[in-house]
Write a protein that binds this ligand. Structure first.
Ligand code: FE2
Length: 439
């Protein structure tokens, strides 16, 4: 690195782990002033200070450090990691990835009867493991207790800063903020908060983006690029040309039919209860499929969740599917008007609306929504608008285009995943190419 720096007359900067998390959240947002929270399993700040939780303030193009907590004061990330492995026997890393989300889904089905035990996790975890083995119901109760313990600890620490520094806007980053249920309760639990912005890449993959932005804005003093949607776009992957799509398809001539098509025809298939995978534009950064590498289906169908979980995603029956909803429609369908462009926040679906979209309402009446913005996702916004004309519902089921593997990236990945699952159609929307299977 020194050789390259010398040759190019460059300079070397190294920023704290949590500072980089927080910077990505704040500089992606459109807030001029916000409290910035970074919370995760572990990281070092400048001077190798270990932490799991930091508080900063964002003001214009600058970030001001407020407080660093030591790992013992905020062990949520560590306890989720260890609980997922030890209590629930699930994966927390390669090759199957982090399955903390599965534990979060279980929590909605349980009663938080064991919250106290989590306060002394190091002493009590053998007891928690024993309880979780008794029955599925008890396993769900332990998950609900972990969820409640985490919410209580997080909100108790955060409240003082929000109120003391008088913030209405909050930016969140770090792996713990993938807990969309906890984030969904923020405004209820700390009533001063009016607007939430979640980092589209809150886990450690976002650190490179956050570091670059901190250097550009805070160190070099460049102005914010706010409200252009360029600052907000998660569609950072490369785009694929029509020739690349056709070339990939040509290798599977004996397995697929290919025809030219349009959105209207694809929407008819969805209305006909078919499962359609869509592919186009650059892939999404972050964990969630946001319309460019997505599996879409009809949320009105009460059996569609089980069909997709069993036939396509091969995952547990209690895992929810998420809705993508036109941004303007959020107040009509959800109790909270909070937007969620990166599918990071679970909030309550209005009681009277729940029966209209049974496939995307979780057991606790919430849904982890993607609010679809016209400027950020023009094709997807238009597609759901046309769906509303057909169905009267401005919402589609949107789950990531994959089956127990990373989300598909290339046209070839897409075709292979399509062929090995029971997805009915594959639609390359940039080029109006619809793919079906030869039976
Ligand atoms: Fe981190």
């Amino acid at each position: 690195m020194n050789q390259i720096l010398t040759k190019n007359k460059g300079e070397y900067y190294e920023f704290g782990h949590h500072l980089a998390h927080g910077a990505n959240a704040f500089y992606t947002s459109n807030f001029d002033r916000a409290l910035i929270v970074a919370i995760d399993g572990f990281g070092n700040e400048e001077g190798k200070v270990p932490t799991t939780f930091t508080i900063d303030e964002g003001l214009g193009n600058k970030i001001k450090r407020i407080q660093i907590f030591n790992p013992n004061q905020m062990p949520i990330g560590r306890i989720w990691n260890l609980s997922t492995k030890w209590i629930f026997g699930l994966s927390v890393g390669p090759p199957h990835g982090g399955q903390e989300g599965t534990v979060m889904a279980m929590a909605a089905l349980g009663e938080p009867k064991y919250t106290e035990l989590f306060k002394e996790f190091d002493k009590n975890h053998p007891e928690l493991i024993r309880i979780a083995k008794i029955s599925e119901k008890e396993k769900f109760n332990v998950a609900a207790s972990l969820q409640e313990y985490s919410e209580n600890l997080f909100f108790a620490h955060l409240k003082n800063f929000v109120n003391g520094l008088k913030h209405e806007n909050i930016c969140l980053s770090g792996g713990v903020t993938l807990n969309c249920v906890m984030i969904g309760k923020l405004k209820q639990r700390i009533t001063r908060i009016k607007n939430i912005f979640c980092d589209p890449v809150p886990y450690d993959a976002g650190l490179a983006l956050g570091s670059a932005r901190y250097l550009w804005h805070h160190i070099l003093g460049n102005k914010r690029i706010s409200k252009t949607y360029l600052n907000m776009s998660p569609y950072l992957g490369r785009k694929y040309a029509k020739s690349e799509v056709l070339k990939s398809l040509s290798a599977f001539k004996d397995k697929v039919f290919v025809k030219n098509s349009k959105d209207d025809e694809v929407l008819e298939k969805i209305a006909d209860q078919k499962i359609v995978a869509v592919f186009g534009g650059g892939s999404e950064s972050g964990r969630r499929a946001l319309g460019n590498r997505s599996i879409l289906a009809d949320p009105r169908n009460p059996t569609m969740k089980d069909t997709i979980n069993q036939k396509v995603k091969h995952r547990a029956w209690y895992r929810p599917l998420a809705p993508s909803i036109l941004e303007e429609e959020v107040p009509e369908w959800f109790e909270d008007t909070q937007l969620s462009p990166y599918m990071s926040i679970a909030t309550k679906v209005k009681k009277e609306k729940q029966k209209l979209i049974p496939a995307v309402v979780h057991f606790d009446g919430t849904a982890r929504l993607q609010s679809v913005n016209k400027n950020l996702s023009p094709w997807f916004y238009g597609f759901i608008s046309k769906w509303k004309d057909i169905s009267g519902i401005p919402i589609l089921i949107n789950t990531s285009f994959n089956d127990n593997e990373p989300i598909v990236e290339t046209p070839l990945d897409a075709i292979k995943c399509f062929l090995k699952t029971q997805i009915d159609y594959l639609y390359f929307f940039d080029f109006g190419i619809l793919v079906a299977k030869r039976s």
